[in-house]
Design a protein around this ligand. Structure first.
Ligand code: UD1
Length: 418
């Protein structure tokens, strides 16, 4: 077990390079199954979630190897093994591998997925979408058994613009004869990246980034080299940390339009932001101003994956903020840890009211999910005195060496073995 020990209360200073997006790399690894040739994913982050996805593709007979940060995945022959719950339990996104296995093998067997404890996270949209492509699906004691022997392309209308279900269907359609159309598709940048990756392998995906995506199946896809997009949530996490501590920081390797929903709101809190190509500089000199209403929603609205980090710095705002979580029904679990630091937060269902206080104090904290864990690190960086953050395994799912990132920015943060 490990913990992060943080001596807070210092403004962040300096520059840091943002890692590649976990949520882009995960579906791209799953999509490697679509070809029997080698794929090189450049600058792939080394994260617990990436390891969990690699364990799944290796279980299916693929080879995967890091050379520095370049990851080579080769799925020459697929073994149609059941992906059991010790593999899927570590990663909810394991579910979208169904689409790529089906596309390539026309059969798939996968246990119900796990993932962050932030709500019910059902998979009904994935199932009904695949059924719309004439896949026969049965649940055999927790194993989802998919028979795609009569799979046909179709128009699939999603009831909700789910990121994972959209990705699953894009992969399912990639090698399927005819045109698969996804209506009410998710529009997140990671969807566009997956489309570009499939096209780099010789696929025919168009419309990604809009609400209707067309996937024209091809007979065969080939290997390629691909560099996924920068991680917009990691970029937002560093910006939120500066809003919490004050300071002057430049982040490099960022796509400014991907984080527009975040930066627009940061400006309202008094942060100054300047963009230079793929770099962004944030300066913050005062306590943040409150945000009267911060609501999460699907892209391009404010992302749910940034909600906890914003809550962390709004605890120090000069007034009251209201946060409404529209995507996940229980994503405020981390707030009880912030209260231990002197934060004044009241939660009811999907709404949190954050009454800003002048300062937080250090405390012993436990992370119980990925972004909630990032919020605790931000609060600890801003707090007076020393904090310990336990549950680092959650943070390591999505941040490649968070202590190095903040250490580069002059924070006092260390990982300690316990
Ligand atoms: C992805 C991201 C995650 C982010 C989320 C929302 C990855 C690996 N993860 O997760 O970090 O928080 O998008 O931006 O990219 N839902 C259903 N039925 C389904 C599928 C989803 O009801 O079959 C609901 C979920 O419970 C949730 C909402 O839809 O309330 C959003 O889920 P979805 O967009 O599918 O998120 P993920 O793909 O799981």
């Amino acid at each position: 077990m490990q913990k992060l020990v943080i001596d807070g209360g210092k403004p962040l200073q300096g520059e840091t390079v943002i890692q590649t997006a976990k949520n882009a790399a995960l579906p791209i690894i799953a999509a490697c199954i679509l070809t029997d040739e080698a794929v090189v994913i450049e600058n792939c982050p080394k994260l617990k979630d990436i390891d969990a996805m690699l364990d799944i593709v290796k279980h299916l007979g693929c080879k995967a190897e890091f050379n520095g940060n370049d990851l080579t995945v080769c799925c020459r022959d697929i073994e149609l093994n059941v992906i059991n719950s010790d593999l899927t339990g570590k990663l909810r996104s394991s579910i979208f591998i169904m689409g790529s296995i089906l596309s390539r093998c026309r059969k798939a067997y996968i246990s119900h997925p796990g993932g962050c404890e932030i709500g019910l996270r059902p998979i009904d949209l994935h199932i009904s979408g695949l059924k719309g492509l004439s896949v026969k699906i049965m649940d055999d004691c927790g194993v989802i058994c998919c028979d795609g022997s009569e799979m046909k392309s179709n128009i699939i209308n999603l009831d909700f613009a789910s990121v994972g279900a959209t990705e699953n269907l894009m992969m399912a359609g990639a090698l399927l004869e005819g045109e698969t159309v996804i209506v009410n598709a998710a529009r997140e940048p990671e969807i566009v990246d997956l489309a570009e990756f499939i096209n780099a392998m010789g696929g025919k995906v168009s419309g990604a980034g809009g609400s209707v995506i067309s996937v024209v199946g091809v007979k065969k896809l080939h290997g390629c080299r691909y560099r996924p997009i920068p991680d917009r949530i990691c970029a937002g996490t560093v910006l939120a940390a500066v809003a919490a501590t004050g300071g002057d920081v430049t982040i490099k390797n960022v796509v400014p339009e991907h984080i527009f929903g975040v930066t627009e709101r940061l400006k309202k809190t008094g942060s100054r932001l300047a963009v230079h190509g793929d770099s962004m500089r944030i300066t913050m000199t005062n306590r943040p101003k409150p945000l009267h209403k911060l609501e999460t929603n699907v892209y391009p609205a404010f992302p749910t994956d940034m909600q906890p980090q914003f809550c962390a710095f709004l605890t120090r705002a000069t007034g009251s903020s209201v946060i409404v979580e529209n995507l996940f029904e229980s994503r405020f679990g981390y707030t009880s840890e912030l209260v231990k630091m002197g934060a004044n937060i009241t939660v009811k269902d999907r709404i949190a009211v954050v009454n800003g206080v002048p300062s937080l104090h250090g405390a012993s904290l436990r992370a119980s999910d990925l972004r909630g864990g990032a919020a605790l690190v931000i609060a600890a960086l801003a707090a007076e005195g020393r904090s310990a953050v336990f549950g680092t395994e959650h943070i390591d799912r999505g941040y490649e060496n968070i202590e190095r990132t903040f250490g580069e920015l002059a924070a006092t943060i260390h990982r300690v073995q316990i």
